[in-house]
Design a protein. Structure first.
Length: 68
């Protein structure tokens, strides 16, 4: 895992908590902020996932070049 995956997951969880807190106190504003934070977290995690895929592909390419 990389930083983006970890930070994204944490932001997503924080957003869920904020959304639920907003529901409990009846604040649509806090619910919306929570949903926004969740979306940001999911996006950041996807960026991290993509970085991992690129990193693995680069490693495989490097190995293939050494063999060939």
């Amino acid at each position: 895992m990389n930083k983006n995956q970890i930070k994204g997951a944490a932001k997503n969880i924080a957003g869920k908590i904020q959304q639920e807190a907003g529901k409990l106190v009846g604040s649509k504003k806090q619910q919306a902020k929570g949903l926004k934070k969740q979306a940001e977290g999911k996006l950041q995690r996807r960026v991290g996932d993509l970085k991992e895929v690129v990193k693995k592909a680069a490693g495989k390419l490097k190995k293939a070049r050494k063999k060939g």
